[in-house]
Design a protein around this ligand. Structure first.
Ligand SMILES: C[S@@+](CC[C@H](N)C(=O)[O-])C[C@H]1O[C@@H](n2cnc3c(N)ncnc32)[C@H](O)[C@@H]1O
Length: 223
């Protein structure tokens, strides 16, 4: 899916993945240069090809040390499953995105209310107590990011696909930010609950579409 998205962009020179884990996605992305960030990558990243670079550090540190003029064609955000962390990563990513750049976010649609508990440890405890197992999916409250963007960042298009494999959300800027994107107050969004927001399925704010339609939309943008 990432490679298909890169196909739809005017260039695929710089790709960033925030949260690379075993490198399953990272190693299969085709881009001129690939950078990955992870607090604890779970594979031998010393043998990666020369066009790849792995930063073993928290994403906050990575972005705070990143040169202001460094730009990416695409950023895949797939690290901690909390709204606050993913929001910081999103804002930093937009500030380092080419004007045609696209951001893809994983874990934006929780599978159920237990999977939506922000703390993974707490979510597993609840699953054990209620269902006798701690083998449980976890997406946390990354979903609130979509609500926050739709509420506070009008300049951004939000499109969610429900497959293949699982839901993910694309975002891109409709026009260049005047200066840069900033974190806005998340007071309204923090009071939302999963049960209320997903009572009738995926909320309309998520902009659910078919992947082929999203790729077409990405391809047809003008800059
Ligand atoms: C779901 S896995 C990533 C999977 C990978 N993107 C893939 O497609 O195979 C999440 C990863 O995020 C990393 N992570 C969690 N919090 C982070 C943070 N604050 N900064 C950087 N990496 C983080 C974890 O160490 C873990 O390896």
């Amino acid at each position: 899916m990432i490679n298909k998205t890169l196909d739809a962009l005017p260039q695929r020179s710089n790709y960033l993945e925030v949260g690379i884990f075993k490198g399953a996605t990272f190693q299969n992305v085709v881009s001129g240069v690939k950078w990955g960030v992870d607090i604890e990558p779970s594979f031998d990243y010393s043998k990666l090809p020369k066009n790849t670079r792995v930063f073993v550090q928290p994403s906050d540190t990575f972005f705070s040390q990143l040169a202001g003029d460094k730009k990416f064609d695409m950023v895949y955000i797939d690290a901690e499953h909390t709204f606050a962390q993913a929001y910081r990563e999103l804002v930093h990513s937009f500030n380092h995105l080419e004007k045609w750049g696209v951001i893809l976010l994983d874990d934006t649609v929780p599978q159920n209310s237990i999977a939506a508990i922000p703390s993974e440890a707490e979510s597993k405890e609840v699953a054990l107590r209620m269902h006798g197992t701690c083998v449980w999916p976890h997406q946390g409250d990354v979903w609130k990011l979509i609500m926050q963007v739709r509420e506070k960042h009008e300049n951004i298009t939000v499109r969610t696909i429900v497959g293949p494999s699982r839901p993910r959300t694309f975002m891109w800027a409709n026009k260049k930010f005047d200066s840069k994107m900033n974190l806005e107050s998340a007071e309204q969004v923090s009071s939302l609950t999963y049960d209320e927001s997903f009572k009738f399925g995926i909320p309309e704010q998520f902009g659910v579409r078919e992947l082929s339609d999203v790729l077409e939309e990405i391809r047809k943008r003008s800059f």
